[in-house]
Design a protein around this ligand. Structure first.
Ligand code: DWN
Ligand code: SAH
Ligand code: ZN
Length: 412
């Protein structure tokens, strides 16, 4: 059943917003399921809007946070070794450039998941606290001695943290700020939590990259927002904080790291103004650009489905590779079915043996890929291309071919 829970006001500035595009009925992106669960599978109509006032790109309807983030959450950050290195670099950047001058610093991370980043603070004996509502992934962190509380972060939790631990010197987050619909309460919470000369550093998929590469698969239930520097600047300015630096990242197909402080506390770097100018050049502040994006998404869908149908008409086999959250959008929006894909290979134990959300394509242990190479493999984990290609070199040597849809639909 499709549930509608549409909002008509911007999550950030309350301006009226209208959806410019629907991706159709979507299931929970990480809702891998068994056959017995089919009858209760949840769907919502995934529509997106651009707020002309605060420049925020957003979903207009979404499942409740507890439906997505709970003790059965299927994404464990530690599944990527390269992301492990990425978060070691992130932690060391915060420590070396901001915390080293502070006596007995305290760092708070929200969406700390299995501790992939926070462990680097913990290992260096730095006072830390992770906030992670998905109990199963939080347990992996707690089992390593990483201080974690299983809660959703918001303003009232921030007040509780301050009363128990004092204010924080650093607030860090990765791929979670864009997941939270009540984002104003989060920012108000950060304001309460952060010391006057403290630092905020977080990163999320960047709409500039999504638009340029038409990676519309970054749009799924968990991603309430896709940020730009303009929208983040508006969001934090509302609460007397400002963006003081921006650091583009290659992770997740193109992300942006925002460095933010209380207004006037630290100098604003020239890169902030350069990126704002670049965004205006890209048209990210104009509604017309989002209309173009919709047309591009539709074209990519036609191209991908056309390619898969063409391959199948020649009697060839295709498997998916990496059952990413993003693949839920690709599969359900493009209308990819079990007629196209035999299965999706993946490394995550709790996804294996289950069926993909919506299309019910079997998820199979990636170790079995080599026993049964398909003619083609559709690379859903394109953001992990380096890591995946390194371990699957043999597939190509045996005559296999990869299909990608980033930055365009093609056979590699
Ligand atoms: O924002 C989010 C990011 C950080 O992670 C979350 N909302 C959910 C999640 O998104 P995702 O599922 O699209 O993440 P990834 O990291 O692109 O994909 C992870 C999946 O890919 C896992 O199921 C494991 C799989 N994988 C694989 O099969 N082989 C990953 C790697 C690195 C591999 O070599
Ligand atoms: N930071 C990790 C995990 C990102 S996935 C990484 O980049 O790999 C998003 C995580 O945020 C999930 O583990 C989810 O449970 C968590 N989350 C969602 N809403 C949250 C909230 N309000 N407060 C804290 N964490 C939240
Ligand atoms: Zn707005």
């Amino acid at each position: 059943m499709t549930k509608k829970n549409k909002i008509t006001n911007c999550w950030v500035c309350k301006n009226n917003i209208n959806a410019f595009m629907s991706f159709g009925p979507m299931p929970i992106a990480n809702g891998f399921l068994t056959q017995e669960q089919f009858k209760n599978e949840y769907f919502f109509e995934m529509e997106v809007a651009f707020c002309d006032h605060c420049k925020m790109f957003q979903l207009v309807n979404q499942p409740k946070p507890e439906q997505m983030f709970n003790e059965n959450y299927a994404f464990f950050s530690g599944t990527s070794k390269l992301m492990g290195l990425h978060f070691k670099e992130f932690a060391n950047h915060v420590i070396n450039d901001y915390l080293n001058v502070v006596k007995n610093p305290f760092v708070v991370e929200i969406g700390s998941n299995d501790g992939i980043m926070l462990k680097h603070f913990a290992q260096q004996g730095i006072r830390h606290l992770g906030i992670e509502p998905s109990a199963n992934v939080a347990k992996v962190a707690m089992d390593q001695g990483i201080n974690t509380i299983v809660e959703f972060f918001d303003k009232s939790l921030a007040e509780k943290i301050v009363s128990e631990h004092g204010q924080a010197d650093a607030y860090v987050a990765a791929n979670v700020m864009c997941h939270i619909p009540y984002i104003n309460s989060i920012v108000e919470g950060i304001k309460v939590l952060l010391k006057q000369d403290g630092i905020i550093m977080f990163e999320d998929p960047y709409f500039g990259n999504v638009m340029q590469k038409t990676t519309y698969d970054q749009i799924y239930d968990e991603h309430t927002f896709l940020f730009t520097v303009h929208s983040i600047q508006y969001l934090f300015n509302q609460f007397d904080m400002e963006v003081i630096d921006v650091e583009p990242q290659k992770s997740h197909g193109g992300s942006m790291r925002y460095v933010i402080a209380h207004k006037g506390a630290k100098p604003v770097q020239a890169d902030v103004y350069k990126q704002l100018e670049h965004e205006r050049e890209l048209g990210l502040t104009e509604s017309a650009t989002y209309e173009k994006f919709r047309v591009n998404c539709e074209q990519y869908r036609t191209n991908l489905l056309g390619l898969l149908n063409d391959i199948k008409s020649k009697g060839k086999s295709i498997s998916g590779y990496a059952a990413t959250s993003k693949s839920t959008t690709i599969i359900n929006y493009c209308g990819i079915t079990t007629d196209h894909l035999d299965c999706i290979y993946d490394t995550t134990p709790i996804k294996q043996g289950k069926l993909s959300p919506g299309a019910h394509i079997p998820i199979v242990d990636y170790a079995k890929f080599k026993d049964n190479y398909p003619d083609y493999a559709l690379l859903f984990g394109y953001n992990h291309e380096k890591e995946i290609m390194a371990k699957e070199q043999n597939f190509i040597q045996q005559g296999g071919m990869w299909i990608t849809y980033v930055p365009e639909v093609k056979i590699i």
